[in-house]
Design a protein around this ligand. Structure first.
Ligand code: TIU
Length: 221
């Protein structure tokens, strides 16, 4: 076991059983003209973490440790997008499935649904399209992780309080040991990111641990 300095106490990382999870680093959330922008958000906040996410991906690749990339997106016929999700946001701009500057918003195969080049998966890495906020909902993620013997997950990506937190909570309930990387995740709302970090680590790590890239890098060197 490798001990990583973390909140609320050191995280014991099993180098044989740990995967990096990169949540939804897609053009639709990070770039102008996508789904995140259509909701009225300042996407430049998310762009700030791109170098850190690229760095942790490189670290896991150098170690030969597994990486799971997720994309939030739907089938072109939207059969996996419940009306409650598609129609959410009275008065908002474009909706899921509508055509924007990067193709149809949050639809599989469209330019906006692609992972940004800086974080693009390599052949052999796990890539999962998920129709929900959480990565276990209506996906094969649980089977994929169990098949590889993975018990520990290191969480990165966007946005902290929506898809990252939901996925981390789902993983925690399924028995995975979860570590949130504070400088490799971002929200459109600074206060929500800070709240997630405190709420997951409170009560003795009720949902898991949190640390930063410097602490992880020095521990695994
Ligand atoms: N809106 C928002 O903050 N996030 C999402 O809709 N999806 C993800 O977090 N990926």
């Amino acid at each position: 076991m490798i001990e990583v300095a973390a909140e609320p106490y050191p995280f014991k990382l099993d180098p044989e059983r740990t995967a990096l999870v990169v949540i939804d680093m897609q053009r639709d959330f990070v770039e102008h003209g996508g789904f995140g922008a259509a909701l009225g958000n300042d996407v430049t906040r998310l762009q700030a973490i791109i170098p850190a996410v690229a760095e942790i991906i490189a670290l896991f690749r150098a170690k030969g440790w597994p990486i799971l990339h997720t994309r939030e997106c739907h089938r072109p016929d939207l059969s996996d997008c419940p009306p409650s999700k598609r129609l959410r946001g009275e008065g908002a701009g474009l909706r899921i499935g509508d055509t924007g500057a990067m193709g149809r918003l949050l639809v599989r195969g469209e330019p906006g649904a692609a992972i940004i080049p800086e974080c693009a998966p390599l052949d052999g890495e796990m890539v999962v399209d998920k129709p929900g906020k959480g990565m276990f909902c209506n996906t094969d993620v649980e089977a994929m992780l169990h098949e590889r013997g993975i018990t520990h997950l290191v969480f990165t990506g966007v946005t902290t309080e929506v898809c990252v937190q939901t996925s981390m909570r789902e993983a925690n309930d399924r028995g995975f040991e979860c570590l949130l990387m504070t400088d490799c995740t971002e929200s459109y709302f600074a206060a929500y990111k800070a709240a997630v970090i405190s709420m997951v680590t409170a009560q003795g790590g009720i949902v898991g641990w949190a640390t930063d890239l410097a602490a992880l890098s020095s521990a695994v060197k």
